[in-house]
Design a binder for this molecule. Structure first.
Ligand SMILES: [Zn+2]
Length: 335
């Protein structure tokens, strides 16, 4: 618990903009937002979240950029940056707890960087949604892992300062990434249970994505998917679809069923709020345009330069020949 408070304090210092710490709005909450205190809420009552006292802006009921979303098609993302995930390897242990709405792990040592402008986002926590919240133009996603980040340093303007990276899993081979948390589920069965867990796999996961040019993603503006449904959240959903085993999924779902403050809805998934078409999509791998000249553009420039030199030389030769002819004519006239 001391570690928990110490890290929260750390973030309060770093992110002066978000001064009120609240533990009441869980899951997607970033504890540091000035969002007030949420009433008790459940996944059964998603249609009544707008009545919660913490939803002072009525985002839950009338927000225009609510999440989760259903991505139906991809659009141009040529303006999007490639993302570099770094320092996740420094993670040795995380404090994870059952907050009554799911499993959440504090996660302060990961960073990702916008390759275009160097903006850096620092991880705050990750949590799981079972079943998956976002839906993509593909089948099979059953679990969402959301990593919440805060921009570091915090921007001085009203620019987006909170981002969420979404990783969506399908059933298949066992997930080394999720295995540590699955192994500790017996210690996370009841609300308020918490334990420290080793998580060695994040950096390797992101490094592999980068090395194999599988770092494609969709990007769109959205909201927290739990009360108070705060908007101006920058969402990045990775296209790469990792797997978890049926056994891992069953164990996670069994835990969620008793932790969601829900009598009938035995998942911690908010229903889809919007359908999105032409969502900006980064295709993965290094950029071939708008980051300096490509080999073909260099070759074209060389050819043009050579042609210009040839034309210039010919022009000089013509001028010299013309001048010489005039001089001869003048000399003949004098004679
Ligand atoms: Zn979430």
């Amino acid at each position: 618990m001391f570690l928990l408070k110490a890290t929260q304090l750390n973030f309060q210092v770093i992110f002066q903009k978000f001064t009120i710490v609240t533990r009441s709005c869980e899951s997607d909450n970033v504890h540091y937002l000035n969002i007030g205190k949420c009433d008790e809420w459940t996944y059964d009552g998603v249609d009544t979240w707008g009545n919660l006292r913490c939803d002072t802006t009525n985002f839950c009921s009338t927000g225009q950029f609510q999440s989760p979303v259903n991505i139906l098609s991809s659009g141009d993302g040529s303006f999007l940056p490639r993302l570099t995930f770094t320092d996740y390897s420094r993670i040795e242990k995380m404090y994870c707890d059952n907050n009554g709405h799911g499993i959440e792990c504090e996660f302060f040592n990961g960073y990702y960087v916008n390759d275009d402008n160097g903006e850096t986002f620092q991880s705050a926590q990750f949590h799981l949604h079972i079943l998956s919240e976002e839906t993509l133009p593909r089948p099979g996603d059953v679990v969402s892992l959301h990593i919440v980040h805060l921009q570091n340093p915090s921007p001085s303007t009203s620019k987006i300062a909170i981002s969420v990276i979404g990783i969506l899993f399908k059933i298949g081979n066992a997930s080394p990434l999720l295995d540590p948390i699955v192994q500790q589920l017996p210690n996370l069965q009841l609300e308020g249970n918490g334990t420290t867990i080793d998580f060695p796999g994040f950096q390797q996961y992101f490094s592999d994505l980068r090395a194999q040019n599988k770092d494609s993603y969709w990007n769109y503006p959205g909201s927290l998917t739990t009360p108070p449904c705060t908007e101006k959240i920058d969402w990045t959903v990775l296209e790469f679809q990792p797997t978890l085993s049926q056994s891992q999924f069953d164990n996670l779902l069994a835990t969620i069923k008793v932790t969601t403050h829900s009598a009938t809805n035995k998942t911690n998934r908010r229903p889809v709020q919007r359908k999105l078409y032409n969502v900006p999509y980064y295709p993965g791998g290094p950029r071939s345009t708008s980051h300096g000249p490509t080999p073909s553009s260099i070759a074209l420039a060389v050819i043009v330069a050579i042609l210009l030199v040839v034309v210039l030389v010919l022009a000089v030769l013509l001028i010299m020949k013309s001048t010489s002819s005039q001089e001869t004519h003048s000399y003949s006239s004098v004679q």
